[in-house]
Design a protein around this ligand. Structure first.
Ligand code: 13P
Length: 239
């Protein structure tokens, strides 16, 4: 089902105290009834869940193991995440692909595991600047979608995050984001049916409305601006 979802990705930011201050400032600013998610570091999940309980804000993690349990040092299982209050999980973020060896195959395994445990996955896809400039964007996205979603059905949220737009201040234009998401939608919906697709990459309080106005863009996955309560609230409260 397509719906407005605004998700923050805190990445490796926010100590306990910082998370508490964020929530205290952010919650009273929320005026929207859209789906709001904070994808926080593992160590913040339980605390943020407790602090947001009873509000419309939901909590997510930034990764999930592909196995139920066992000898997987450093991994966190879906059951563990659910136990501490996570409802959502980001899978296949480009930072995990670039720095931690995540591949479309491991994305697919993690995705199946999230769905098995009833976690709502937010699966990220996106091309590098070199790939875009070489005219390979569609080829790259098609492969990420085909392999990442292989054998999957159910409520999967997708996020189009062009790597060149992440943390660079260089947002995709609303037209480029919309056109690319149209392509992703055509491919992904063959497998998933109607799906919410978010845009991510330097989305901020100033440019969010123009991106969210585009017909293909259902919501946002926000990094830097999700660390600032006022900015994140402005994005959440967009029409
Ligand atoms: P920025 O909003 O900081 O560019 O990060 C986007 C992102 O990677 C969200 O997952």
């Amino acid at each position: 089902m397509r719906r407005r979802i605004i998700a923050g990705n805190w990445k490796m930011n926010m100590t306990k105290e910082e998370a508490k201050l964020f929530v205290a400032e952010f919650l009273p600013l929320v005026e929207s009834d859209c789906e709001i998610v904070l994808c926080v570091p593992f160590t913040d999940v339980h605390r943020v869940w407790k602090l947001t309980r009873g509000s419309s804000v939901k909590v997510g993690a930034q990764n999930v193991a592909w196995a139920d349990k066992g000898a997987f040092t450093g991994e966190i299982s879906a059951e563990m995440l659910k136990e501490v209050g996570a409802e959502y999980v980001i899978i296949g973020h480009s930072e995990r692909r670039a720095y931690f060896g995540e591949t479309d195959e491991t994305v697919n395994m993690r995705l199946k595991q999230a769905l098995k445990y009833g976690l709502k996955p937010i699966v990220c896809v996106g091309e590098t600047l070199d790939q875009r400039e070489a005219g390979k964007t569609e080829e790259v996205l098609a492969a990420q979608i085909e392999k990442g979603l292989d054998g999957v059905s159910g409520d999967v949220i997708l996020a189009y995050e062009p790597i060149w737009a992440i943390g660079t201040g260089k947002t995709a234009t609303p037209e480029t984001a919309d056109e690319t998401i149209r392509f992703i939608r055509a491919r992904a919906e063959k497998t998933l049916g109607e799906t919410s697709i978010l845009y991510g990459g330097s989305m901020n309080a100033a440019n969010a409305q123009s991106l969210l106005d585009m017909p293909q863009i259902d919501g946002g996955l926000i990094g830097g601006a999700s660390l600032k309560p006022k900015d994140f609230a402005t994005i959440v409260n967009c029409r």
